[in-house]
Design a protein around this ligand. Structure first.
Ligand code: HEC
Ligand code: HEC
Length: 269
């Protein structure tokens, strides 16, 4: 306060005005517009048969991936001879809530990173281990295992401060028409949810269940694999999995799903 008063006292009228303008310019970004005000999980659009598989951990095939992830968690990899557990110990405690707040802004990287990318950052920078390919079985197993530790917790990503420009880019991607069908994501997931598209019942396209076991693929898939499928559906050119475009889009999707419980690992047809 004292320093500010001294600065104002010594300043001329023009400098005072400039100082005030400067002080106001970086204020908080306006709240983003939420098209769907009460989001619904994709489980509300799944068939009873699919839900029965999701709701029984013994039947849900994704638990094979979860088990593989847990084994990898405790298994040393890379030149440092360490496992995830060497640093993070018990995942049920250390990873609780992590899936609910990812993607997240990573200050060291100066950008938003997905959970997949964070796992790879630890592997390459802390373990001396190679990156796992996005959507590979090993990486989906790890994110399924980590995600499970947040099951039931509300999605709660932080889009404030330095994260906001990445969010804005994700929102812009979401709302851009693309492909031969010239559709935006919301053409299906905001304007037409609850209606059938070929064999599918369109949901609101929420991300809270990922990674998910896809019956059609007979494997656990990552969110970005699903997103490539959606861009292909409109006959567009999907960005690569792990690209900045999809990372920002995934960040926006997490915010769209804000408040929905994490359902990892869900089951979808
Ligand atoms: C040598 C210690 C070390 C090892 C080994 C390690 N990590 Fe990390 N990890 C860290 C540190 C330190 C952070 C926090 C700083 C950062 O973001 O890099 C972190 C952050 C994370 C986060 C983000 C947590 C949060 O609250 O945002 C996840 C997820 C994670 N690690 C997963 C893993 C996984 C999976 C492995 C094994 C493949 C692993 N880590 C191995 C040190 C380690
Ligand atoms: C032509 C219609 C169409 C468009 C456009 C479309 N999708 Fe989808 N999307 C689908 C269908 C069909 C499914 C599977 C059924 C469902 O959950 O809606 C799906 C599923 C999803 C899911 C998984 C939901 C769940 O609970 O498993 C997400 C997330 C998603 N879409 C996001 C997007 C995003 C982001 C875009 C824009 C890049 C997009 N979609 C564009 C048709 C579309």
């Amino acid at each position: 306060m004292a320093r500010r008063a001294a600065f104002l006292a010594g300043a001329g009228a023009a400098a005072l005005a400039a100082g005030l303008a400067l002080a106001q310019a970086p204020g908080p970004a306006p709240e983003p517009h939420r098209t769907i005000t009460s989001p619904e999980s994709g489980r509300n659009y799944a068939t009873p048969e699919t839900l029965a598989i999701q709701d029984d951990d013994f039947q849900n095939p994704a638990f094979l991936w979860v088990e593989e992830g847990e084994q990898a968690w405790n298994h040393p990899a890379g030149s440092a001879g360490q496992s995830c557990a060497s640093c993070h110990q018990d995942a049920t405690a250390s990873m609780r809530g992590v899936r609910a707040r990812y993607p997240a802004y990573n200050a060291a990287k100066g950008r938003v990173v997905t959970l997949e990318q964070q796992v790879n950052i630890c592997r390459t920078e802390r373990m001396g281990a190679p990156e796992l390919r996005i959507d590979s079985r090993e990486l989906n197993a790890m994110t399924a295992f980590i995600g499970l530790q947040s099951r039931g917790m509300p999605m709660n990503v932080d889009i404030s401060g330095p994260a906001r420009p990445f969010f804005d880019r994700g929102e812009e991607f979401y709302n851009t028409r693309r492909g031969q069908l010239d559709m935006r994501c919301g053409s299906c997931h905001e304007d037409n949810y609850g209606r059938s598209l070929r064999a599918d019942l369109l949901s609101q396209g929420m991300s809270n269940g990922f990674p998910t076991y896809r019956l059609k693929e007979q494997r656990v898939i990552s969110l970005q694999f699903r997103l490539q499928g959606c861009v292909n559906d409109v006959r567009g050119e999907p960005p690569a999995m792990g690209s900045e475009e999809f990372t920002n889009l995934e960040f926006y999707l997490a915010w769209r799903a804000q408040g929905l419980p994490v359902e990892t690992p869900s089951v979808r047809r």
